[in-house]
Design a protein around this ligand. Structure first.
Ligand SMILES: [Zn+2]
Length: 188
């Protein structure tokens, strides 16, 4: 294992709970699940079992799994399970939300799961995907979505457009594609 290559270290401006919520949403888009959703907040889990941690302890350990991939993969070879599940760690340090994710090199995978030439490539893709989902969750916008009603000046089509405040792209008519549209009243 090599710290520089195998340990993904990043931070987010979001709070721990916001990042965790956004990451949980993001992974669902790609058919992943947080397996341990009810126990990932380690403060609660430790305390439920007699552990003592301060209120400021906010480590979340998210166990990420893609059931529609892991089912076939682990049926084929349960020895692969040592590289699953994959935990994403989220905690705050000095006022900043920290994210850590440890993956493994192809050489390590080959050395630990023997006689399974297809596995390193397959699991490596998942490692890369988890890193990209972390980045997507960091960027996920939580600005309030406003719904505006528009009327097309050409074909008179009326339509709604959902706009978050940071997302001021050109609006065009979904029927005739013209950008000559007028905003009506803001609905919600
Ligand atoms: Zn139109």
């Amino acid at each position: 294992m090599n710290r520089n290559n195998d340990l993904y270290i990043t931070e987010s401006d979001k709070s721990v709970s916001q990042f965790v919520a956004d990451f949980t949403d993001t992974v669902k888009k790609y058919a992943f699940v947080v397996n341990n959703f009810d126990s990932m907040n380690m403060k609660n889990t430790f305390r439920e079992h007699g552990g003592e941690v301060p209120d400021s302890f906010d480590l979340h350990m998210l166990q990420i799994c893609k059931p529609t991939k892991a089912d076939k993969s682990l049926t084929m070879n349960p020895e692969r399970a040592i590289f699953m599940p994959k935990f994403v760690m989220v905690f705050s340090k000095e006022g900043k939300t920290q994210i850590r994710y440890l993956s493994y090199s192809v050489a390590d995978i080959e050395a630990f799961v023997l006689d399974d030439p297809k596995f390193p490539e397959s699991v490596s893709q998942t490692f890369v995907k988890i890193r990209s989902m972390i980045e997507e969750a960091k960027k996920k916008s939580n600005l309030p979505i406003s719904i505006f009603e528009y009327k097309c000046n050409k074909c008179k089509n009326e339509f709604e457009h959902h706009i978050s405040e940071d997302n001021s792209q050109d609006i065009s008519c979904p029927e005739c594609n013209t950008k000559e549209v007028s905003k009506k009243v803001s609905a919600a």
